[in-house]
Design a protein around this ligand. Structure first.
Ligand SMILES: NC(=O)c1ccc[n+]([C@@H]2O[C@H](COP(=O)([O-])OP(=O)(O)OC[C@H]3O[C@@H](n4cnc5c(N)ncnc54)[C@H](OP(=O)(O)O)[C@@H]3O)[C@@H](O)[C@H]2O)c1
Length: 235
């Protein structure tokens, strides 16, 4: 039985990854949403798989809520095998241009996309240490790649994902002695609210890739920046 914790599962990639893991028989999922009461599709999954899906309320910037989420998980399982830090924001383009960007936008996005994943790892570390081949996938982005940054604008989002990549490298080093594997994972350009209908991949294709990459991870992969198709991404 694989025990999996995923953030931001109300919609988009997080919802589809949750759905696909539930279609396997041997999974126990803790799926978070900031407003479970309006997470209609997630609640429908919880009704279908009441024994294997627990929906947990989590606004990822709320440190009290993070601790409470960890406590709820620890009541039900004695270890976690996979953590997927998926929740993120990408505010409207005009608020992230050189003209439009503000300190508030920069810090709001860093709080959600960079600081929260690190705080979630801290809160779940005890459970991850008890996991089988424990793995942490921080959902990053091509837009977090310094090498690929040959364009302007998108200041907050790009910076937050580059910083998440740096968090990933630090965690990989800190957690090597615990044999917890930590990677940054680019899900591709995906047809979600964030990615737009014009994107290359369906959520189904991206989620299949994400699961397959996580499935194949070993401690030797720790600290890598991987793509949804298993290739390595330039930093
Ligand atoms: N789509 C793409 O093309 C693409 C490309 C590269 C990387 N990514 C990354 O892939 C991940 C998933 O993206 P997506 O396309 O599925 O995005 P999405 O459709 O916009 O969904 C984002 C999810 O994150 C949740 N969320 C946002 N802020 C939160 C907060 N403060 N606390 C808790 N949950 C929060 C949202 O909750 P609500 O539903 O309550 O708002 C939603 O469930 C993100 O890390 C994103 O940066 C996406």
């Amino acid at each position: 039985m694989e025990r999996i914790f995923i953030t931001g599962t109300n919609r988009g990639i997080g919802l589809e990854v949750t759905r696909q893991y539930l279609q396997l028989d041997d999974t126990r999922i803790f799926a978070t949403a900031r407003q479970p009461e309006v997470a209609t599709e997630l609640q429908a999954l919880a009704a279908t798989y009441p024994e294997r899906l627990t929906v947990i309320p989590l606004e990822v910037t709320d440190e009290t809520a993070i601790r409470e989420a960890a406590r709820l998980v620890a009541e039900q399982v004695d270890g976690l095998d996979i953590l997927i830090n998926n929740a993120a924001i990408n505010p409207p383009e005009k608020t992230q241009t050189l003209d439009g960007i503000t300190v508030e936008t920069m810090l709001d996005v860093l709080r959600v996309n960079t600081a929260a994943p690190l705080m979630i790892v801290k809160a779940l570390l005890g459970l991850l240490r008890q996991g089988n081949n424990p793995r942490i996938a921080n959902i990053s982005s091509e837009m977090g790649s310094l090498a690929a940054r040959t364009y302007g604008a998108d200041y907050a989002y790009c910076t937050s994902k580059a910083a998440l990549n740096m968090v990933t490298r630090g965690l990989a080093a800190d957690l090597r002695r615990d044999t917890i594997t930590v990677i940054a994972l680019d899900p591709g350009w995906v047809q979600t609210d964030m990615g737009s209908p014009d994107a290359d991949l369906t959520p189904q294709e991206s989620a299949r890739g994400i699961r397959s990459v996580i499935d194949g991870l070993t401690p030797a992969d720790s600290g890598a920046f991987l793509r949804w198709d298993g290739g390595s991404h330039p930093w």
